[in-house]
Design a protein around this ligand. Structure first.
Ligand SMILES: C[S@@+](CC[C@H](N)C(=O)[O-])C[C@H]1O[C@@H](n2cnc3c(N)ncnc32)[C@H](O)[C@@H]1O
Length: 223
């Protein structure tokens, strides 16, 4: 569970370097993950999509490309990040805390959240709030980091805790923000632990799909 004041400040400090740092640190893999999410969302043929914690809007833009007729809204509580989303072409942006969103019950066919839930002050409260705004029968999709299982787990944790903050520090000058990132990935539930949490928050049929040896995962569920 994370401190919202720290999170908001950390993202406002790195907003201008966020996208390029992501692509460097993930060697471009984050682009492929968001493209996969875009295809999955398009298969659901939604009319309305909310991308929560949209940040600089990379996922909302991908969904706009794949679902040109859908109304796609990006929301985030960090105005500096959201300004980049609006400038990049996200058609509708709303400044909002994911734990208390200014949307009516049952508003969206699909709700996505990429690399955002992990940063929130209460994962169950955030998931229950997401459930509230998704239409019954609509879809939740969470994309976030996870820890690989098996022999890759040790080397990956070394990279995450020791190497990544140093490289990110050189690019952004904010190495401590990336030490924070590593800590949040260590704490965040993954696999069955996450699907159980999602179902405990009112969703059905939660499924986990590990990506790139389990470095990230996509979770889907039905409201
Ligand atoms: C790592 S960025 C992810 C941005 C984007 N979804 C992506 O895929 O690149 C995390 C975002 O979550 C936002 N965030 C964290 N907690 C939030 C909350 N409680 N409400 C709204 N946004 C939040 C931060 O401001 C930040 O923009």
């Amino acid at each position: 569970m994370q401190d919202p004041k720290y999170v908001k400040k950390a993202f406002s400090r790195i907003a201008d370097r966020y996208v390029v740092t992501n692509h460097v640190l993930s060697l471009g893999t984050d682009i492929l993950w968001r493209k996969k999410v875009g295809r999955m969302v398009a298969d659901w043929e939604p009319e309305t999509v909310l991308d929560v914690a949209t940040g600089t809007g990379d996922l909302a833009l991908e969904i706009q490309r794949k679902c040109p007729d859908a109304q796609v809204t990006g929301s985030d509580f960090c105005e500096e990040m959201l300004a980049y989303a609006a400038d990049s072409g996200v058609r509708e942006t709303v400044v909002a805390d994911a734990l208390k969103m200014p949307f009516d019950d049952d508003s969206f066919d699909v709700l996505t959240v990429a690399f955002g839930l992990r940063n929130m002050a209460s994962w169950p409260d955030a998931l229950r709030e997401m459930r509230r705004v998704i239409k019954p029968g609509g879809h939740l999709l969470v994309l976030d980091f996870s820890l690989p299982t098996g022999i890759l787990r040790g080397p990956y944790r070394f990279y995450l805790n020791k190497v990544l903050p140093k490289i990110a520090g050189l690019i952004t000058g904010e190495g401590d923000a990336y030490e924070y990132l590593a800590g949040t990935i260590e704490q965040f539930p993954s696999g069955k632990e996450m699907t159980d949490l999602i179902e405990a928050c009112g969703f059905a049929n939660a499924v986990a799909d590990p990506l790139t040896c389990g470095v990230a995962s996509i979770y889907t569920a039905v409201a």
